[in-house]
Design a protein around this ligand. Structure first.
Ligand code: V47
Ligand code: ZN
Length: 361
């Protein structure tokens, strides 16, 4: 499907036929995804439908024109475009449509389980009623599980650049009994890192953790390893969104490996936002070499011209993986997920059964 950042043939690529086989293997491989944004998952089909509903928006309705619109000069430009798509989500019906259709696109890629990062502040601050918002995502979650078999869970994230009022509001929405949605499992922090120090969010993470949520902030995407340390020590992160710059700090890598703190690696995203120059310079190899639990994710797939299957193909090329290696990556995501033990065992068994059947002559 995607071609803007499609995996290029590298020096370690197998022959064309073998590479095609690996793509077919990936397409059928049962997968879990831990780092993917709600609004950032809106495909051209979904964006076009929302833009047609709201014709005063500057977002193109033509799916072809969206490829250009989704080409970014830097991280700040990406956030501007991202917020213009946020502006298309204006009522609970838009929220439900987006959520259900994103699950449909996931199911087509054999995604069995996804933790979707939602920024509720962006919707409630634009006037969507908070209860109607929660009902819309929960209704879509249940319908998607029944109709597509994809299990969704939520991570509510603070949009860091929007300030402490947004942190306060996100924490309230995530921890208030009767409001907090059943599918909510974790608490995050997104947006730009430059000029948005992580420690200021400590009280909000403390409150969310006390309410039983897991801490999964973005860190080290656009700033250095000290931001990852801040996420660990101040926000008590249990997984790190991106963590790209951790590769610059061997002590940090050793700590992540020892504590089994997973990195949510999103290779194509890092190129699209210019956090990393080229795929060949991506530090994923250093993470694996250091023994860090690496998971593969798509972040904002249509905006970055990718999807989860393409990210697995990128990982296969960068790490020189065969089918067993890809299955191990898929199992890493299950292990690092906040699915219950029975759910983890079910998807892991499905990955094993699929892989042995594929490899049996
Ligand atoms: N790769 C990424 N890395 C980091 N974040 C990413 C990535 N992809 C998507 N996001 C999302 O972008 C949001 C940012 C939104 C934001 O900063 C903002 C600022 C001012 C006002 C408002 C508003 O809504 O009024 C919002 C984050 O919360 C996060 O969920
Ligand atoms: Zn992200």
């Amino acid at each position: 499907m995607p071609d803007r950042h499609a995996v290029p043939e590298g020096p370690t690529s197998a022959t064309g036929a073998a590479a095609r086989d690996l793509h077919a293997f990936i397409a059928g491989l049962p997968k879990a995804e831990l780092h993917v944004h709600h609004v950032g998952s809106a495909s051209p089909r979904i964006v076009s439908e929302l833009a047609t509903r709201h014709p005063d928006s500057k977002v193109p309705t033509d799916p072809e024109a969206l490829a250009d619109y989704f080409t970014f000069t830097d991280f700040a430009h990406f956030i501007d475009v991202y917020l213009s798509v946020v502006d298309l989500i204006r009522n609970p019906e838009d929220v439900r449509l987006l959520t259900y259709e994103v699950a449909r696109d996931m199911a087509r890629q054999q995604v069995r389980y996804a933790e979707l990062t939602i920024t509720p502040y962006s919707s409630t601050s634009r006037g969507i009623d908070e209860r109607a918002f929660m009902d819309a995502i929960e209704d879509a979650r249940k319908a998607a599980e029944a109709d597509f078999g994809t299990v969704l869970r939520w991570c509510f994230d603070i949009p860091g650049e929007a300030g402490l009022a947004s942190a306060e509001e996100t924490t309230r929405l995530a921890t208030t009994d009767g409001l907090r949605p059943e599918g909510l499992v974790s608490f995050g922090l997104g947006g730009p890192e430059i000029g948005v120090p992580r420690p200021q969010f400590k009280p909000y993470f403390d409150q969310a953790i006390a309410a039983g949520l897991r801490s999964v902030p973005h860190a080290g995407e656009t700033t250095g390893p000290e931001t990852v340390w801040d996420a660990l020590t101040e926000l008590r992160a249990e997984r790190i969104g991106h963590g790209t710059s951790a590769a610059q700090d061997p002590k940090l890598l050793a700590h992540l490996a020892e504590q089994r703190i997973a990195l949510e690696v999103c290779p194509t995203s890092n190129i699209a936002t210019r956090a990393v120059r080229t795929l060949d310079e991506h530090p994923i190899k250093e993470f694996v070499r250091a023994g860090v639990l690496v998971t593969i994710n798509s972040d904002d797939p249509p905006m970055f011209g990718t999807d989860l299957n393409n990210e697995y193909a990128v990982a296969a090329r960068l790490l020189d993986l065969d089918e067993q290696g890809l299955a191990a990556l898929a199992k890493n995501a299950v292990e690092a997920s906040y699915l219950d033990a029975a759910g983890k065992a079910r998807i892991t068994a499905e990955i094993d059964t699929y892989t042995s059947a594929w490899l049996t002559p």
